[in-house]
Design a binder for this molecule. Structure first.
Ligand SMILES: NC(=O)c1ccc[n+]([C@@H]2O[C@H](COP(=O)([O-])OP(=O)(O)OC[C@H]3O[C@@H](n4cnc5c(N)ncnc54)[C@H](O)[C@@H]3O)[C@@H](O)[C@H]2O)c1
Ligand SMILES: O=C(O)[C@H](O)CO
Length: 309
């Protein structure tokens, strides 16, 4: 949270700032007991915690995903909740393109090859060729804000054929990026790149599992920048180990931070990132500012900018 954003909130509210609330949870909890609003990322409130914070009117998530929040419980308690949609679409879509390119062109693997002397010792061989991204078929599961921003880059920047699966048709993506709606099975069977971009919900949890990987092409590259739990990670590991798919680009994992012994971290054909989809200085500032506007509105009785319900 930048001083600028904190100052914006301070114009209307008393602020107590915890750069890492988990490290000083008892002090944070004491502050929370008096709080009318809370702003942060990954905050979790169960019934027992809510019982201790009677003045709380609003929880502002500084992320677009809000699977950390128990929405039915918050509604029942009359507590408002907000997230940060749209301001991060471009940055997250850029990250996904980076994962696609890195996995297809073996960028991180070859970076290590050069830096550890492999190139000078052994030279470059055709076994190290990658595969093209341009003119391939990109399947997007979850054609929302980020999915359609990715479609734009893939269609205009890489001449890709866009197919998608979503809860409902996205007419803008169909007309602007020539995206074709298809069933999940059709998408899995036809895509060269499968990118999942849905929220984590009871319906999407482990949505991509053994059966889905079996449906994919053997040459498919799987990219997940949504939430780790949308994928059955054991099935992903198995699919990579048995060459059911070619490679993967992952920004998110079932457990974060990932366990050092997670087999995905040992695979040269898997590109990993530490959940940094939106992590640029510019975008994180926009997300914090949007959260700040919401928290001020919630505490002072104003109109919320991006209410979840
Ligand atoms: N890696 C990161 O840093 C990062 C950054 C931003 C968002 N995310 C994740 O990405 C998710 C999507 O973000 P967004 O801003 O595009 O959200 P969004 O709400 O704009 O889009 C999500 C899309 O998924 C679709 N969807 C939901 N359930 C579905 C289902 N069962 N089957 C098919 N489609 C379904 C929705 O209809 C919607 O079109 C977030 O909820 C968050 O979990 C991750
Ligand atoms: O949901 C989100 O916004 C990301 O995961 C965190 O930036």
């Amino acid at each position: 949270m930048s001083e600028q954003v904190l100052d914006f909130i301070r114009e209307s509210c008393d602020v107590q700032y915890f750069p890492d609330y988990k490290k000083e949870f008892p002090v944070f909890l004491e502050a929370l007991k008096e709080a009318e609003g809370v702003l942060g990322s990954g905050l979790k409130f169960d019934a027992a915690l809510l019982d201790q914070v009677p003045k709380l009117k609003i929880i502002c998530n500084t992320s677009v995903g809000y699977d950390n929040l128990d929405i039915p419980l918050l509604k029942e308690r009359g507590i408002m909740a907000t997230n940060t949609p749209d301001v991060l679409n471009d940055t997250v879509a850029d990250t996904i393109v980076a994962l696609m390119l890195s996995a297809a062109r073996r960028i991180t693997e070859l970076d290590q090859f050069v830096k550890t002397g492999g190139w000078s010792e052994h030279g470059f061989s055709q076994q190290q060729f990658g595969v093209d991204v341009h003119h391939k078929t990109l399947g997007i599961i979850g054609m929302g804000g980020i999915g359609s921003t990715l479609a734009k880059r893939a269609y205009f920047g890489f001449d890709m054929n866009i197919i998608y699966h979503n809860r409902s048709r996205n007419e803008e993506a169909e007309t602007t990026y020539n995206a074709t709606y298809c069933t999940m099975d059709e998408l899995l069977e036809q895509s060269d790149f499968v990118c999942v971009m849905t929220p984590l919900t009871p319906q999407t949890e482990k949505m991509i599992g053994k059966r889905a990987f079996e449906k994919m092409k053997k040459t498919a590259i799987f990219v997940n920048a949504a939430r780790g739990k949308v994928v059955d990670e054991a099935a992903l590991i198995e699919a990579l180990q048995s060459n059911e798919i070619l490679a993967a680009g992952l920004d998110v994992f079932e457990q974060e931070p990932t366990d050092r012994n997670n087999p995905l971290l040992q695979m040269p054909n898997v590109v990993t990132l530490p959940h940094i989809g939106s992590a640029t200085a510019e975008t994180r500032t926009k997300m914090a500012q949007l959260g700040a506007e919401n928290v001020v509105a919630g505490v002072t009785g104003g109109k919320l900018v991006t209410s979840i319900y």
